[in-house]
Design a protein around this ligand. Structure first.
Ligand SMILES: [Ca+2]
Ligand SMILES: [Ca+2]
Ligand SMILES: [Ca+2]
Ligand SMILES: [Ca+2]
Length: 363
């Protein structure tokens, strides 16, 4: 680096520091909030999501095979519910109109006025407050067991056969797909936080800022998921663990007899900070890979409830308005969960229905 370039870096960084105006030292602690009330799930017999499967049977499958999540020591961001995320976010429309979170906290149903369909993105983003990113259970991680795991169940067929990248199986007629999604307020990649300081010991801090490495891979909102495939006798056959997007890294498709289990549910190891899911514990991979430690040596959390979303555009009929609100948002709206991304991050995530969410032929 030339001296002139170095000077430029110094000036830019000084400017950046002034522009952000962040006070030195740690952020103020978040004032304590009452814990959210756990959702009660009650599903009636019938087929309210129109997929040809009795809804009570879908719920039994989802409850039976819900995963146990093993976190890494040092995790700081734990899951939150859809309602919690919405009521701690400003809603930003495509033309920049901003609905304050104080309004959404009073009336979360405002979201339906702006996010009006699941088939196309209407430009609505949920800008979660920065101090709310760690979720309601940062200081009481075990409370995360009350955060709903969101799911759905569908029968696959030849027309909607499922194949996973890097795996030889085709799951068509006779198979059932269960999917489980969990929401986090923030994806905090940490493995690039010190790269600049390692390579350039003296000016490393400046390099970090100049390159954006401090926030590399970070983004608000983080949906992670695991699938379970049942056979025609409703017995589990495979668990599928997704990590860093199937297009970037093939998912792990694991035969049920090799799956580490907790009761009749799979165990998932959660990458520290970025929450990607693995069938076994593992260490972070070289700097060119996005994989972080997932040793499972921290909290072990099994969600108490699975909220069945239903199908795209066909929210599952729920037994109470709180659960119905969440199913309606996920089945009927396309929003971006978050409004911040660091260098190299792919953008704020859409919800489950706009991710990997196979849809059957509906009645
Ligand atoms: Ca159904
Ligand atoms: Ca934000
Ligand atoms: Ca269903
Ligand atoms: Ca980070």
């Amino acid at each position: 680096m030339t001296r002139a370039r170095l000077l430029l870096v110094l000036l830019i960084c000084a400017g950046l520091h002034r522009a952000t105006g962040r006070p030195a030292g740690k952020a103020l602690p978040v004032p304590p909030e009452p814990s959210p009330k756990p959702l009660v799930i009650h599903v009636e017999p019938g087929d309210s999501d129109g997929d040809g499967i009795d809804d009570a049977l879908e719920q039994r499958w989802l409850d039976a095979h819900r995963p146990l999540f093993k976190f890494n020591k040092g995790e700081t961001v734990f899951p939150c519910s859809v309602t919690w995320f919405i009521t701690h976010s400003d809603l930003v429309t495509s033309n920049g109109q901003r609905i304050a979170r104080s309004e959404l906290a009073k009336k979360p149903q405002l979201i339906f006025k702006y996010a009006t369909g699941w088939r196309s993105f209407t430009g609505v983003k949920l800008d979660i407050a920065d101090d709310s990113r760690p979720g309601p259970y940062q200081t009481n991680p075990k409370g995360s067991a009350d955060v709903p795991l969101y799911g759905h169940a569908v029968r696959l067929n030849q027309r909607n056969a499922l194949k996973y990248r890097g795996d030889a199986h085709t799951f068509g007629e006779g198979y059932v797909l269960l999917q489980y999604y969990w929401l986090f307020g923030y994806n905090d990649a940490t493995k690039w936080d010190h790269v600049g300081r390692t390579i350039f010991p003296i000016i490393g801090g400046l390099v970090q800022k100049w390159t954006g490495f401090d926030n590399a891979g970070d983004h608000e909102g983080d949906w992670v998921w695991v699938d379970v495939i049942l056979d025609r006798n409703e017995a589990p056959l495979f668990a599928i663990y997704h990590h860093h997007g199937d297009g970037n890294l093939a998912p792990s498709v694991v035969p049920w007899n090799e799956v580490e289990k907790d009761g009749s549910g799979p165990v998932a190891y959660v990458e520290v900070g970025v929450h990607e899911l693995w069938p076994k514990s593992g260490r972070q991979e070289p700097i060119s890979s996005p994989v972080h430690d997932h040793l499972g040596d921290g909290e072990a959390i099994k969600p108490n409830v699975v909220l069945n979303i239903g199908e795209a555009g066909r929210p599952m009929k729920q037994g109470n308005p709180e659960a119905q609100f969440e199913a309606d948002v996920l089945a009927n709206c396309w929003v971006k969960w978050g409004d911040f991304t660091g260098a190299g991050a792919g953008g704020n995530p859409p919800g489950p229905v706009q991710q990997h969410f196979p849809r059957p032929a509906l009645k």
